[in-house]
Write a protein that binds this ligand. Sequence first.
Ligand SMILES: [Zn+2]
Length: 214
Amino acid sequence: MKLNNTYCAAGNLTAEESLERLQKGNERYMFDHMEHPHEGAQRRLDLSTAQHPFAVILGCGDSRVVPELIFDQGVGDLFVLRIAGAIADDAVIASIEYAIEHLGTRLVVVMGHEKCGAVMAAVAHEASEGKINSLLSYIEPSINAVLYNSGDLLTNAIQAHVKQTVQAIQQAEPILSHESKSGNVLVVPAYYNLSTGRVDFLEARVRSTVSSHI
Ligand SMILES: [Zn+2]
């Protein structure tokens, strides 16, 4: 896929420039050199009439995985969707469509994380009388896909689920599929390490970019 280098409304950043901004912020977070940008009363006032977040982050509800902190960004920078297991149900897809179509965002990051409880529950086939089964049904196909792979099943399942979610977003008809195919929007898989704070981008082309910065 070729990504268009056209500039967009989200701070005049291309998707690749937006990704670089996230990577640099994550580096500051990892090494405890956070700048805490875009906070305070003036920023709040500046954003009171419009917002142009430069990235959508679809992440888990886990209390340890906080996108604004992990990427050292402030108010109005990220359009954050947090849901257990970082699944992409219709409401999540609709929310991404809104950010792309109405806010001009050109980068979507799907971020799984180490020891994700939602994926753990799906791996363990934990039964529940509540609504959790419908959530786990989004994760189970990814587990089946890596069931016989070498390495740690949970880590493999989390990373497979992130990639599967990226595909689901890229294939969501008609808006996101069109934007992905035309190269207007970049959707990338990522994996957050709880102890180091590092975000690994799980796509070969993106990973090579990361290694030049971190
Ligand atoms: Zn989780």
